[in-house]
Design a protein around this ligand. Sequence first.
Ligand code: ACO
Length: 350
Amino acid sequence: MNNHACVTGWGMYVPERVLTNQELEKLVDTSDSWIIERTGIRERRVVADHETASTMATEAARQALDRAGLEAKDIDLIIVATVSPDNYYPSCGCQVQDTLGAKRAAAFDLGAGCSGFLYALSTATQFIKTGAYRNAVVIGAEAFTRTLNWEDRGTCVLFGDGAGALVLQACQEPFGLRSFLLGADGSGGKFLYLRNLCARPGDWPENNRPQMYMDGPEVFKFAVGSMVNTAREAIKMAGLSLSDIDLIIPHQANYRIISSMTRFLKIPEDRVVINIDRYGNTVSASIPVALCEAIRDGRVKDGDNLVLVSFGTGFTWAGLVLKWGVPAEVGKRSLSQAGASRGDGQGGVK
Ligand code: ACO
């Protein structure tokens, strides 16, 4: 029985529109230097009118399928991690399924905030490990800037839009997830939320347009300890120690959070992927986009142990160890059909 789920394709999409800190200075009472010093963000991408979570998800998925040498008809399962879908229903997953023409695929959305992509990756892996499905596409996609209050300087400077996707395939070789840890503490929900239309009307903001609320310092306090403990635990569950880890790909929420995690774990920063300066916090998309860029930059090699770790609204947290490598049985097809070489990166930033 094929009881591993390895990554055979990857892709990303970010909107063309770059919103710089200097532009934000004109919108709210903020400054480039404050944003850089307190968050590490210099610019972020923002959706154009024609772009949504599902259009970006579809583009990222197309690239990932191309790299894997798979066609839409081969897909058994599509999971889209998102908290900014185009509709309450139908799901982004169904929209992606239709646009790709993945007629055999089951499709659904999964919402766990910034931990959503790792929740989705862990979920898809279980479907493959049980033998239920062979080929899955896991996507993190967010048009999150559409949820923002552009008059609230405490939140509008932090976020950006984008999507990243991985193809998972059943394989015999021991690649893919070596461990995963998912957690939640709903008592943290009051610190970071966006009400929806089904909330009690009295819970809506006065202007009746649902907008995100965040208590930044409370989220920050939770984030650092959570990232450190989750990374440590996921590594232990994989039977490894920190010295076995080649690269950490953390959720990109704030450079200070990543840097504190790095200090507590006592790992050099060159073993951590950081791209928050160019994208801000893209919520579910942040980890797959960072992974795609790390592959493009030649930072991920066959046999590497990667740690992916995140925290998010809920509160939720997730961490996993991913053994990187494309097995010969699927890799050869991937290389010849997609014309891609392993480790050649994403190449599809719009
Ligand atoms: N520009 C200038 N000043 C600002 C800005 C801004 N953009 N935002 C806040 N300030 C001011 C505040 O008003 C405050 O001023 P005061 O001292 O006069 O009252 C001062 O800066 C300090 O504010 P804090 O909120 O204490 O600033 P802090 O250093 O905590 O940084 C930040 C704020 C960046 C939001 C930080 O708390 C943070 O990153 N928190 C975590 C956020 C996060 O990770 N969210 C994840 C969401 S993901 C999801 O699942 C949706």
